[in-house]
Ligand binder design. Structure first.
Ligand code: NDP
Ligand code: MG
Ligand code: MG
Length: 341
């Protein structure tokens, strides 16, 4: 059985005794900084000169410093910048201020796992990775709950890195929901696999292919949209609350029989083979190399694919139909406001 930690397993005093610099004030950054501050932690937010995020952090009552100054003051630095930007910021502004006994924290293992950032000896290196977007990390904390998180230690210089990571997880509310022990490699590889194969890549391709199949066969795009995209939420909510069996209990027997007999034909042995190939690209570092090179080249392929995705017919029909159901997007602006982008 995996090791899980809860409130009683963490010592809040450890993180309350540190000077924490949260670098970045985006999705995760705003949530960590605000939750830690409200948990009695001494927090400063580190941002680049002229950062559009600075005003938001200051309005929220946080102290904002240029990245290097925040790191110079702090004895624990949490890297909450976009992953492809972390290496250059680490080299310029973080590494020069890391002293023996300091701690360097991450919310995702990418840069350590794929050798982009190699922290100096003498520094604790740990991860506290919430398993949810930043706006949920903030909202659930305010409501008295939390988002589950993973913790891992890549380098234990002080012998206390693990306890410090649990204390940090407590400060952002994660121990209220459960904190799972993992490694940088497991977190990074499973996170990339999940988002590529199931949560984002697999799901969006499945929805688009189902939509296209119906429209190509002459069905109304509106029907195809409701059937292949809109209804997903109901199914996902049921799975989230009660698992796959609970979801199947709620659907009709006809739907369940179709699910059981047709699902494995869609996700067949060929698709499973492709999943294993994609996992291998992740583990071998080939995906990381590709993504790093894409960023270095100014992201031409990424931007072209992004544009093509936005131009898919399902987006136009979807925005027309959702405009008639304003209640669906009602909470959205508010979430964007707090997540800082
Ligand atoms: P965001 O993209 O939301 O971070 C944006 C922040 O980084 C802004 O404050 C922005 O400031 C700053 N920033 C952007 N570019 C630079 C730069 N070149 N130099 C300095 N600052 C910059 O990041 P996320 O919160 O999505 O991700 C942060 C970390 O958390 C990553 O490691 C990610 O993998 C991890 N994570 C993210 C999750 C999520 O839900 N998004 C979930 C779990 C983990 P400015 O205003 O100056 O642009
Ligand atoms: Mg991810
Ligand atoms: Mg149906």
């Amino acid at each position: 059985m995996a090791k899980l930690y809860y409130e009683k397993d963490a010592d809040p005093a450890l993180i309350q005794g540190r000077k924490v610099a949260v670098l970045g004030y985006g999705s995760q950054g705003h949530a960590h900084a605000l939750n830690l501050a409200e948990s009695g932690v001494d927090v400063r937010v580190g941002l680049r000169a002229g950062s559009p995020s600075a005003a938001k952090a200051e309005e929220a009552g946080l102290r904002v410093l240029p990245t290097a100054e925040a790191c110079a003051e702090a004895d624990l630095v949490m890297m909450l910048l976009p992953d492809p930007r972390q290496k250059e910021v680490f080299e310029a502004d973080v590494a020069p201020h890391l002293r023996e006994g300091d701690a360097l924290f991450f919310a995702h293992g990418f840069n350590v796992r794929f050798g982009q950032i190699t922290p100096p000896a003498g520094v604790d290196v740990a991860m506290v990775a919430p398993k949810g977007p930043g706006h949920l990390v903030r909202r659930t904390y305010v409501e008295g709950g939390g988002v589950p998180a993973l913790v891992a230690v890549a380098q234990d210089a002080t012998g206390k890195a693990h306890a410090l990571a649990l204390s940090y997880a407590h400060g952002i509310g994660a121990t209220r929901a459960g904190v799972l022990e993992t490694t940088f490699a497991e977190e990074t590889e499973t996170d990339l696999f999940g988002e590529q194969v199931v949560l984002c890549g697999g799901l969006t391709a499945l929805v688009q292919a189902g939509y296209e199949t119906l429209v190509d066969a002459g069905y109304q795009p509106e029907s195809a949209y409701f059937e292949c995209l809109h209804e997903l939420k109901l199914i996902v909510d049921l799975m989230y609350e009660q698992g796959i069996s609970g979801m199947r209990y709620s659907i009709s027997d006809t739907a369940e029989y179709g699910d059981l007999t047709r699902g494995p034909r869609v996700i067949d042995d060929r698709v499973r083979g492709t999943m294993r190939e994609i996992l291998e690209e992740i583990r071998s570092g080939r995906f990381a190399e590709e993504w790093i090179a894409e960023n270095e080249a100014g992201r031409p392929r990424f931007e072209a694919l992004r544009r093509a995705g936005r131009e898919h017919p399902i987006e136009r029909i979807g925005s027309e139909l959702r405009a008639m159901m304003p209640f669906i997007s009602a909470g959205r602006q508010r979430l964007e406001d707090v997540s800082g982008g």
